[in-house]
Design a protein around this ligand. Structure first.
Ligand code: C5P
Length: 399
């Protein structure tokens, strides 16, 4: 079921008594880590209300092609592109016929035409309708088109008949849906990444910070999500959009970043990547009011902030811990020392003395060090470096 983590499932509900089971299916898909949006045909709404599905999925239910407000929020083409899988459960005989013959006469049928994602159906109908030669011909067409067909099961039916045509149980549909997706490098793993600088306030308008842009951490978050992980990104004050499929927690001060990181480690995570340039020191006191220029000398006493990555690696629920080291001299020697001092599994180091790597740059070059090994990732875009680093982390994590 790990394979459903982070996956976007467009659940189509068509008219049939089994529609009530799709309410349970929404929950189970979400419990497996999927993001679910629901589309209902007109006849599905005779069996279960859109309100029920909206309450369960936590998102408005799409019912109409020509609804201007729904189109403005997420248009049907956007919805079709959004999906990683279109899952129609229950799929009626009528819907199977329309899908087999490429009809676009309602929202769900149109979405199936417009999507590039795989389509799966869980048929549900009376046993005679399922056995009918038209339905069986449509089934063959759909299988030929590459549509995944889950079930149906045999047994007693709502109409009193006994035979093949019952929709599979939600857990069986869930299992089959998971199998549509292949295992990826980080499938089902929870990866926590901190990124960006922190700001340590001197007074209400002044603070101590550093040049970190957060770009490396954000690129790693994006690539970890693309590799199938559930990603939590704990971000200091940066001016970057949240990558797709990533849960972002915004913080300002080092202490807030520490608290947010510890909370996620407490609740369980597999890999922690510390890219944040955490301010090493903070003012002992923050002035309540703006310090006036009439003051000739200002003395600010600084105290050390907690070391977040060292606290993570020393935690009882220690995840696989990766640190970063930005140095301006003796890069490898300092980084190797940090690897052991901070009890890390891996450290990615870069030389920030030049202009074209590290802080604020779109490019980076890293030397990645772990106990008894290292690898050089030559100068490339932060996205390319992030891809290589995620691959290295996944390999070392498994070992
Ligand atoms: O000791 P130094 O700051 O050079 O180490 C860098 C690594 O330690 C980075 O991974 C950074 O995120 C982490 N760090 C931290 N908490 C601090 C300072 C650094 O987690 N207070």
């Amino acid at each position: 079921m790990d394979r459903l983590v982070n996956k976007r499932i467009l659940l189509g509900v068509t008219g049939g008594i089994a529609a009530y089971k799709s309410a349970d299916l929404v929950r189970r898909l979400q419990d497996a880590g999927a993001d679910v949006r629901v589309v209902m045909t007109a006849s599905a709404q005779e069996f279960i209300t859109p309100l029920t599905m909206q309450a369960l999925s936590g998102h408005p239910v799409h019912t109409d092609m020509l609804d201007p407000s729904a189109e403005a929020a997420m248009g049907h083409i956007e919805l079709a592109r959004w999906a990683d899988l279109v899952l129609v459960a229950p799929a009626s005989a009528n819907f199977m016929a329309r899908l087999a013959h490429g009809h676009g006469n309602d929202l769900l049928a149109t979405l199936c035409l417009a999507t590039g994602a795989p389509i799966a159906i869980a048929p549900a109908m009376n046993q005679q309708m399922w056995a009918d030669s038209s339905t069986q011909k449509n089934l063959l067409i759909l299988q030929e088109k590459g549509v995944h067909v889950f079930g149906p099961a045999a047994g007693s039916q709502a109409c009193g008949d006994v035979g093949e045509g019952r929709m599979l149980e939600p857990m069986q549909i869930l299992q089959s849906a998971a199998e549509v997706f292949e295992y990826q490098l980080l499938t089902g793993k929870h990866v926590v990444i901190n990124a960006g600088p922190t700001r340590e306030a001197i007074d209400p308008v002044r603070y101590i910070t550093n040049k970190s842009s957060g770009k490396m951490g954000f690129a790693l978050a994006e690539l970890a999500a693309e590799a199938g992980a559930k990603v939590t990104l704990i971000a200091g004050p940066v001016n970057l959009p949240t990558p797709a499929r990533v849960t972002r927690v915004d913080v300002t001060r080092a202490q807030e970043m520490f608290d947010a990181c510890m909370e996620t480690i407490e609740s369980g995570c597999d890999i922690f990547i510390a890219t944040a340039a955490v301010a090493d020191y903070r003012p002992v006191v923050t002035a309540d009011h703006k310090i006036k220029k009439s003051t000739e000398e200002v003395h600010i006493t600084l105290v050390k902030n907690p070391d977040i990555v060292a606290s993570v690696s020393g935690h009882a629920k220690r995840p696989f811990t990766v640190g970063f080291a930005a140095e301006t001299q003796d890069v490898i020697a300092y980084a190797t020392a940090k690897l052991s001092n901070k009890n890390l599994d891996m450290i990615a180091t870069n030389d920030v003395s030049g202009q074209n790597v590290g802080f604020n740059s779109d490019n980076n070059a890293l030397t990645v060090i772990w106990p008894n090994g290292h690898k050089v990732l030559p100068l490339a875009s932060k996205r390319q470096i992030a891809k290589q680093l995620i691959e290295l982390i996944a390999i070392r994590y498994r070992q």
